[in-house]
Design a protein around this ligand. Structure first.
Ligand code: HAM
Length: 419
């Protein structure tokens, strides 16, 4: 085989694609009940947008973006995530969006990150994401996380957990950074190269390191919650008490930081133990500064994205009920030159009645046609030969019980599909 899909990408074959559609439709049904509307943004944008939004010192921008120069010499990037594009669209279409006080948008599609591929981690992966723009209320944080939990509930997935923390704001983040640096300075030489390079560039990300040796060193790290300013601390405790009051199970994870720099205050992840190292199936949080950083008025916002590849992995592993791909109802076999045309017409008429039908294109004996019918997993074969054409009849064979019978009209055949 000369060509194969690029490393970290894969073909999603019909069986999985069908399950995928079911998952996406189920999620969209939940989002719609929370009054979210769909937005579609380009798959590539100016790379500068992601640099500004996601942050220069993040792995995504430093190492993982698929960038290219277009024929007009503009530096572009395949989107590594959806939030930056939605904010750009919100700012660009100000007139459209200004009619509403709170804007609730969702999007779905492929994202691209040049990461080291492993189970649950791809270079082209798929997200369904949500962004609510225009409220600083802790209730919005809780509504969003509730909606995340609702999605998993709706899909029958009980074995997930919600981890939450606060990463503070412009006022208290520098204090948190300094405290992390003060703690790690003396042990820096024992930490992994990633932690060492994050020490100056992005010390918060040190907390997120999955290296077991680093984790061991971090066990004695003091809780950073006391570094939160009053506003962030109040917000965090209001969110926690609202989660409590609404009986949304959650755990505070003081090491939870995210790989994107735009977050302020609440950050959260929904995790599944089934996923192994890449255990986050959903992640997000509040980003109150991003819109201003991209040139708009200061506007608070909250969002998250669900990783569809990982979600499908969990559903498959747990064998949760996903409807089976529908199979064709009738497989029409025309025997001999005289019956090809009536057989073709029979199939087209059934399709116009919205009944799934397929056709044997092969010229050959009845057994060849029946073999094809069986491999198509059809329920019935419709056999049209010389006799049938002459008598205006159709011979039907139930491909399961092998019983054969004669019908006289397409209406009778169509009635079979309704059973
Ligand atoms: P994120 O945590 O980078 O957040 O991605 C969200 C989810 O996408 C992850 O929890 C994971 O399930 C999935 N994901 C991320 N990278 C990969 C990968 N390489 N392969 C497979 N799945 C992956 C964001 O992207 C933010 N934009 C979410 C957000 C929206 N925050 C606010 N609004």
């Amino acid at each position: 085989m000369k060509y194969s899909a690029p490393r970290g990408t894969r073909d999603i074959l019909p069986e999985e694609s069908f399950a995928w559609r079911f998952i996406v439709q189920t999620i969209i049904r939940v989002l719609t009940t929370y009054n979210y509307e769909e937005i579609q943004t380009p798959i590539f944008e100016s790379s500068d947008l992601f640099q500004r939004a996601v942050g220069d010192a993040t792995d995504i921008v430093e190492k993982e973006m698929y960038t290219f120069t277009d024929k007009g010499d503009r530096m572009m990037a395949l989107r590594p995530e959806g939030t930056a594009s939605v904010v750009r669209a919100f700012l660009q279409n100000g007139e459209y969006f200004q009619k509403k006080k709170l804007i609730k948008l969702f999007y779905e599609g492929p994202m691209f990150r040049y990461e080291r591929p492993q189970t649950g981690r791809y270079r082209q992966f798929h997200q369904i994401g949500v962004e609510a723009i225009g409220s600083s209320s802790a209730l919005l944080d809780v509504e969003s996380m509730m909606m995340g939990a609702h999605i998993f509930e709706e899909l029958g997935l009980a074995d997930v957990s919600l981890a939450i923390h606060s990463v503070g704001c412009d006022v208290c983040r520098p204090v948190i950074r300094e405290r992390i640096k003060a703690f790690t300075e003396s042990i820096l030489s024992s930490l992994c190269p990633d932690c060492q390079s994050r020490f100056d560039r992005n010390p918060l990300r040190i907390l997120d390191c999955k290296n077991p040796t680093c984790q061991m060193f971090f066990t004695g790290m003091p809780n950073m919650d006391s570094a939160l300013c009053n506003e962030c601390s109040d917000h965090f405790f209001t969110v926690l008490s609202l989660l409590e009051a609404n009986k949304i199970p959650h755990e505070v994870d003081s090491h939870l930081v995210r790989g994107l720099d735009y977050y302020t205050k609440t950050v959260f992840e929904i995790r599944s133990s089934i996923l192994g190292a890449q255990n986050a199936v959903c992640g997000g949080g509040r980003y109150d500064n991003l819109i201003a950083e991209l040139g708009g008025r200061k506007t608070p916002a909250f969002g998250f994205a669900v990783g569809l590849d990982r979600l499908y992995m969990i559903l498959k592993e747990l064998r949760l009920p996903i409807p089976a791909k529908p199979t064709v109802t009738f497989f029409v076999i025309g025997l001999g030159a005289i019956s090809k045309e009536p057989a073709f017409k029979c199939m087209s008429t059934l399709r116009k009645k919205r009944i799934m039908a397929d056709f044997c294109f092969k010229e050959g004996a009845i057994n060849d046609g029946l073999k094809e019918a069986l491999s198509s997993k059809a329920v019935y074969a419709i056999i049209i030969g010389e006799n049938e054409v002459e008598n205006h009849t159709y011979t039907l064979k139930n491909l399961k019980d092998k019983k054969q019978f004669i019908l006289h009209s397409l209406d009778e055949i169509a009635a079979l599909a309704e059973r």
